[in-house]
Design a protein around this ligand. Structure first.
Ligand code: PMP
Length: 367
């Protein structure tokens, strides 16, 4: 037997790294844009009863009618559009790319942005073009439009607000891209619960617009549920690529029940927004930290030495994301997910200690 991974696996896959998730046991977890709050006890009990009575010996209903009805109500989705459910919005990104993976097709996004657009494009054997944002993280519209003319992307992904920069792009720039795109434009609103803008209400204006959402950042990351909303002609094609039972029975039941108490999640999102403002001002008051404005549940910040800050926080039991080296625009940048008030205080205190120590260390060396 002469088979080896090198002889069988495609070179693009061999060259890739798997999505890395660091161990977080016992850590203050501010690295993955999770909602830090838990559900009220009464709702947790209801979920316990639902799970106890669930027929897990049966396959889930792939059309998930109760959950879709609830999503329509809660997210104000009109009957003219169909909903595609995914095992996280990650899976929906992959489904849409796979469905459009004609030979030589291109996927495009302004960047830096969510890494999985590129990852899934490469997995599908497609070209990926990341068009650099302007230094203030706005879309370089001329650059983007000219890249679209050159590469004719099958799908443009726009993270709105953008991960990891946290900002909402200008609605004017988005409209131009939607109007001039030769293919689909997926507006990925993973962070919409924390933002003041949405394109969901703009669906009637653009036949090529697909809205992508998730319940992960709202507070249900562990359930793995994402949804895409688009004209039925698109959704019926994507449905062919979807695995038959991709959203399991427990996810369907629990998500439907929690969304029926949608007020709880909305209040938590509001609390996160309040904490975001406090964290932004605390970071802004530190002389060597530059926080960037955010409409998401995280804040991107430039620090004097991102690897040192990341490691210093890790040693103090706080996990954040180091983005240094991931994109030229992210030089010395780290991303802090908004935690509970107590976690955010811990973060700021630890950051002060690390940056002060660093100041002393540098002064010592210079001296
Ligand atoms: N889109 C964006 C912009 C994200 O940042 C993420 C997760 N970090 C996702 C989609 C995927 O989220 P999920 O698979 O949990 O729905």
């Amino acid at each position: 037997m002469n088979a080896s991974p090198e002889s069988l696996i495609r070179s693009e896959i061999l060259a890739m790294s798997a999505y890395a998730v660091p161990s977080s046991a016992g850590m203050v977890k501010l690295d993955a844009m999770e909602n830090p709050y838990t559900l009220p006890d009464s709702l947790r009990r209801e979920i316990g009863e639902l799970v106890a009575s669930c027929e897990i010996n049966r396959y889930p209903d792939p059309s998930a009618p109760a959950l879709k009805r609830r999503l329509r109500m809660e997210m104000k989705i009109s009957d003219e559009y169909d909903i595609l459910l995914g095992n996280g919005s990650d899976e929906l990104i992959q489904i849409m790319i796979q469905a459009c993976a004609r030979q030589g097709a291109t996927i495009m996004a302004p960047g830096p942005t969510f890494a999985m657009y590129r990852q899934y494009a490469v997995i599908a054997g497609l070209d990926y073009v990341g068009v650099p944002l302007a230094p203030d993280f706005s879309i370089d519209l001329d650059g983007f439009l000219s890249a679209m003319r050159q590469y004719r992307p099958a799908i443009v992904f726009i993270s709105y607000p953008n991960n990891p920069t946290g900002n909402l792009f200008s609605a004017d720039a988005m409209e131009r891209i939607l109007t001039e795109a030769p293919g689909l434009v997926v507006v990925d609103e993973a962070y919409q619960p924390f933002a003041d803008g949405t394109f969901m209400t703009r669906l009637p204006e653009f036949q090529n617009l697909v809205m992508l959402r998730t319940v992960s950042k709202l507070g249900l990351a562990g359930l793995r549920l994402g949804y895409a909303v688009a004209l039925p002609d698109w959704v019926s094609q994507f449905n062919k690529v979807r695995s038959p039972y991709n959203v399991n029975v427990l996810t369907q039941l629990i998500a439907e029940r929690v969304l029926a108490h949608g007020g709880v999640l909305r209040e938590q999102a509001l609390a996160i927004r309040v904490e975001r403002a406090k964290l932004a001002s605390a970071l802004g008051s530190m002389s060597d930290v530059i926080p960037f404005p955010s409409e998401a549940n995280f804040i991107l910040a430039r620090v004097p030495d991102a690897p040192l800050v990341h490691e210093g926080l890790r040693q103090r039991g706080i996990l954040i994301k180091n983005l240094h080296g991931m994109h030229p625009l992210l030089d010395q940048c780290v991303r802090f997910t908004i935690g509970t008030p107590a976690e955010n205080v811990l973060l700021i205190e630890a950051l002060r200690a690390i940056l002060n120590t660093r100041g002393v260390a540098v002064a010592d060396r210079v001296g």
